[in-house]
Design a protein around this ligand. Structure first.
Ligand SMILES: O=C(CO)COP(=O)(O)O
Length: 243
């Protein structure tokens, strides 16, 4: 059985104070959450330290949203794997479409970040997905296969999560049909050496569509943006009910 990984990606949201307030309320929602689920919060760097302390002794794992490949060096504005490990970070999102689109990340740098994260014991959440134009042109499969081929060179598939995030579904309310997400995720799995890699869906996941998404056999979890910012909605998501 592949693990179910339910991760929030807060993106550039929440001060430390807001993060602590979220957690106080959110932890109260986990009393009856089945133990088969891994719950992860990928928060801004500035929230890592305070959440690391607040999450101690809870079942919620801490995640970051990016990491550099060097241990240290003249890389202004970057954060290294040892810096994350010291704060108790376990997961790190790599290659999110917003990093690729707005900050010039390439498959080559994504690959470097993945290998560096793993060499320090972090579990990467690698994001892949197509634009609306690529989907309309029938390029979805080719684009994703190319991303996987380039991003996963020499990457350890025994310590990896992949998130299928169609870019047109992110922050738009235009969720990918769960059967279509299931189909693409099945294709992604067919390209992996290790079929047990958990593969998430991401893109406008919310409290109303989570049960149907998690009912799909290929979908092993979700990567949630907007709906992970409120304890109520993220609480409902991690407490999804298998149909
Ligand atoms: O990009 C996402 C998660 O990484 C998805 O964001 P939304 O859930 O806000 O669509």
């Amino acid at each position: 059985m592949r693990p179910k990984v339910l991760a929030g990606n807060w993106k550039m949201h929440k001060t430390q104070q807001e993060a602590v307030a979220f957690l106080q309320e959110f932890l109260g929602k986990l009393v009856d959450t089945p133990s088969d689920r891994e719950i992860v919060l990928c928060v801004p760097y500035t929230c890592l330290s305070v959440l690391s302390k607040s999450l101690h002794g809870t079942r919620v794992k801490l995640g970051a949203q990016n990491v550099h490949w060097a241990d240290q060096g003249a890389f202004t504005g970057e954060i290294s794997p040892p810096m994350l490990v010291e704060l108790g970070v376990r997961y790190v999102i790599i290659g999110h479409s917003e990093r690729r689109q707005y900050f010039g990340e390439t498959d080559a740098t994504v690959n470097q970040r993945l290998k560096a994260a793993q060499s320090h014991g972090l579990t990467p959440i690698l994001c892949v997905g197509e634009t609306k134009a690529q989907r309309d042109a029938g390029e979805t499969e080719n684009h994703i296969f190319q991303q996987l081929a380039l991003d996963l060179v020499d990457v350890d598939q025994s310590n990896l999560v992949i998130a299928y995030e169609p870019i047109w579904a992110i922050g738009t309310g235009d969720t990918c049909e769960e059967t279509e997400a299931n189909r693409v995720i099945g294709l992604i799995r067919s390209k992996l050496q290790n079929p047990d890699v958990p593969i998430q869906y991401g893109g406008s996941v919310n409290a109303n569509n989570i049960d149907a998404i998690m009912a799909q056999p290929e979908i092993d979890g979700v990567l949630v943006g907007g709906a992970s910012l409120q304890p109520e909605s993220f609480g409902r998501i991690v407490n999804y009910k298998p149909l």
